[in-house]
Design a protein around this ligand. Structure first.
Ligand SMILES: [Zn+2]
Ligand SMILES: [Zn+2]
Length: 392
């Protein structure tokens, strides 16, 4: 046990979680957009702007509008009144813990987004686009992620749960983009982070769970997988990602059955379905019996991994990806010239079912109960308590 604790501690030391009290993380923002010109404007607090390591401008409390654009292979920094200079990199430091800023891409145009703390501005290797990195306090980042990942209409208890999961995900993935010059991106590839949170109940939930993360029996941070709606049964992690984990096991879930993404339907022409099965899976579509079963498939007794049966080994996840279906939890039935996919749930189905968990939270279940309902044998750990392991 001591060895494992030591290993866990080393991860935390390596990633700077314990050694730094400020816990600033580097998050690429506007990841999926190519931006050539943008406007940076403080909302509150003072900022200091550094061009290639030297102070080149400052802004007082919430003042100033700065435009940054790519000229040749440099960054041109200016205000409305004057050009400040051209630089290889620009760093904008927040001078207080309450500094917030607005950012808006001009070419091509984007909506205004707001963020906390600082911003580092780099150019891509080909110098054709900006790489914008929000240097932000970990807990403030979690607030933005919770809002982006779970919306603005759920309960405080659910927000607490989502805060813990997003924090756990971040700490387990701090090196995911380290080769790119930042830690995680703001896209669904890592965790969606579309702005700072505007909701006080989310801020309250983040604060109430500050530092809490989820670990397994070996004290390793869990893969905090979640999805929109499981359709009534979650999925083993090995059935989606080929990796078995002790805590991501299939469970029956009745909480999500009447929620917004509980069911879906999709219709495609029989001829298209036939052509797909034949071309992609070499399915014997000219065999009437076989084609009959390919057009009458059900998962009424629980989730399957494969379509029709195990011998053919057509994974449902492949059909889901090819037809962009909401889930692998579907039945197929032929109606006239069409096959109808009748599906349940939305998402990969592994780990926590968000709509089920939201329903549980509304029914006054605690975030701890909800956590142990969806993840088997996991534990909540406060990062600050890890000093205990340090002294062992
Ligand atoms: Zn990413
Ligand atoms: Zn569910």
């Amino acid at each position: 046990m001591i060895k494992k604790r030591f290993y866990f501690l080393m991860i935390l030391l390596f990633t700077g979680i314990i050694s730094s009290t400020a816990n600033v993380v580097s998050i690429r923002i506007f990841t999926s957009r190519i931006i050539n010109t943008f406007i940076f404007s403080p909302i509150s607090g003072s900022y200091k702007l550094m061009g290639d390591g030297k102070v080149v401008a400052a802004s007082g409390d919430g003042a100033g509008i700065f435009q940054l654009s790519i000229v040749g292979d440099s960054i041109l920094l200016k205000t409305f009144e004057r050009t400040i200079g051209t630089f290889a990199s620009v760093k904008i430091y927040n001078m207080s813990e309450l500094s917030t800023f607005k950012i808006k891409a001009v070419v091509p145009e984007s909506k205004v987004r707001t963020y906390d703390d600082g911003l580092e501005i780099l150019l891509s290797a080909d110098k054709k686009q900006f790489i914008l990195i929000n240097k932000v306090d970990l807990e403030k980042y979690i607030g933005g992620v919770v809002e982006s990942e779970s919306g603005t209409r759920t309960s405080l208890e659910y927000y607490k749960l989502q805060s813990i999961l997003c924090r756990t995900y971040l700490l387990a993935n701090l090196n995911r983009h380290i080769a790119d010059g930042f830690q995680v991106c703001d896209d669904v590839h890592c965790q969606a982070y579309l702005s700072k949170t505007k909701q006080s109940d989310i801020e309250q939930a983040v604060l109430a769970t500050k530092g809490l993360v989820v670990v397994d029996n070996d004290l390793n941070l869990i893969t905090a997988a979640f999805h929109s709606n499981c359709g009534g049964q979650t999925v083993n992690s090995q059935d989606v990602w080929s990796v078995s984990t002790s805590y991501l096991k299939t469970i029956k879930d009745t909480f999500c059955l009447k929620q917004p993404h509980a069911t879906w339907q999709r219709s495609i022409p029989v001829e298209d379905w036939k052509a797909y099965l034949q071309l992609k899976h070499k399915y014997p579509v000219d065999d009437t019996l076989k084609m009959n079963s390919a057009s009458n498939f059900s998962q009424n007794n629980g989730r399957s991994i494969y379509f029709i049966d195990k011998d053919l080994k057509i994974p449902l996840k492949v059909i889901r990806a090819d037809f962009q279906l909401k889930s692998t939890f579907f039945s197929v039935e032929q109606v006239g010239e069409n096959v109808i996919f009748k599906g349940k749930g939305y998402g990969h189905g592994v780990g926590l079912c968000q709509e089920g968990a939201m329903r549980m939270a509304k029914q006054k279940r605690s975030y701890k109960d909800i956590l142990s309902f969806y993840y088997r044998d996991v534990h909540l750990v406060d990062l600050s308590a890890l000093n205990y392991f340090r002294q062992e």
